[in-house]
Design a protein around this ligand. Structure first.
Ligand code: PHE
Length: 349
């Protein structure tokens, strides 16, 4: 019995080692593995019979059989790797792939400087409690002009300044010339308190030069509640500019005019480059200040047009050019740098 077993083990070892060696296909190898180590495989069967042997024999044959099992398993694994590698190599040899060539580099891409600037601005404003709001880019005359107290004869409504959209029946629509129309749309829908920002594209019939573009971006701000005054406007804009330019940033108001605000102001920011100390500063031209945005207290007519009682509520509004602020922060001298998409320039931000 024991002799027989010994012969059997040796025979299994010899047969399978040889066969593994000779095998040239994965399928064949798999079949072999099943025949030897499968559930009904030769070695498996042998191991099953071990339990019927006397204790002494178990002690000898147990370890011997297990060692053979490990040995064969390893041999199968090695052969499998060998065959798989050979298959891949054969596949590669059929093509002209040169795996020693360096890989193509590819650029990861990044946000556009304008998007970065807008994000910075809206993030600060969101922290101040302003809620993001949107309106259509193709706006009707009513929301872009009439409701904002802009009279029919106002020069902004001239074909020279505004892109009108021809409609079969009437010239009712324009490409919005500012984001202020979103004020109206919000107040029509919502009762005060209202605190919103409306970022987005606006269009004007301007010729392109270093500071003008027929398409640019604004961020509108609107705050309507009881007892809102210019003092609230100045505080909020100061905090905003400090968020953008640092603690030293300061704002100043100059009287101005917009049909939809009364009083109206032009808001200047202290020059962050020379802080007003350089008479030859190219950024502020030695004035120490840079004009940044228009703002004011919402005109009572505008509130009335939206069904809000100006006796009870008041509010401020502001509108700023994203490009202008971005040019100032990023020290970009030409607005065209934003739109020409020259990667060599964009990469710098
Ligand atoms: N809409 C004005 C513009 O485009 C800016 C502005 C907005 C002024 C809100 C006052 C209040 O120039």
């Amino acid at each position: 019995m024991t002799e027989e077993l010994k012969t059997k083990l040796t025979q299994i070892e010899k047969t399978y080692t040889e066969k593994i060696h000779q095998t040239a296909s994965l399928k064949n190898l798999q079949d072999l593995q099943v025949a030897a180590l499968g559930r009904k495989g030769e070695l498996t069967e042998l191991l099953k019979n071990l339990k019927d042997l006397p204790l002494e024999d178990k002690k000898t044959f147990g370890p011997l059989s297990n060692a053979l099992k490990t040995k064969l398993t390893t041999a199968f694994e090695q052969k499998q790797t060998e065959l798989e590698t050979a298959a891949v190599n054969e596949e590669l040899n059929k093509t002209n792939l040169d795996l020693t060539l360096p890989a193509y580099t590819f650029d990861k891409g990044a946000r556009h400087p304008l998007s970065i600037a807008q994000k910075r601005m809206t993030t600060i404003l969101s922290r101040l409690g302003f809620v993001w709001s949107e309106g259509p880019l193709i706006e009707d005359n009513y929301h872009n002009f009439d409701a904002l107290n802009i009279p029919k004869h106002h020069p902004a409504r001239d074909v020279q300044d505004t892109f009108f959209i021809k409609n079969a029946k009437e010239d009712k629509f324009v490409l919005r010339t500012h984001t202020s129309g979103v004020q109206i749309r919000a107040m029509e829908k919502q009762k005060p308190p209202i605190r919103l920002i409306a970022p987005g594209r606006v269009y004007r019939k301007d010729d392109i030069d270093a500071t003008h573009s027929p398409v640019f971006n604004q961020i509108e701000g609107l705050y309507i509640d009881k007892n809102v005054s210019l003092a609230d406007l100045k505080r909020d804009l100061s905090v905003f500019m400090q968020g953008l330019f640092g603690q030293k940033a300061a704002v100043r108001f100059r009287p101005s005019f917009f049909p939809f605000t009364e009083p109206s102001v032009e808001v200047d920011v202290k020059c962050v480059f020379c802080e007003g100390k350089d008479a030859g500063c190219p950024v502020c031209k030695g004035t120490g200040w840079k004009e940044m945005l228009g703002a004011g207290i919402v005109h009572p007519n505008v509130l009335k047009n939206c069904g809000i009682d100006p006796q009870i509520y008041s509010g401020y509004a502001f509108g700023m050019g994203v490009e202008r602020l971005a040019m100032f922060t990023l020290d970009i001298k030409d607005i065209r740098a934003f739109y020409e998409n020259d990667v060599r320039i964009l990469e710098q931000f």
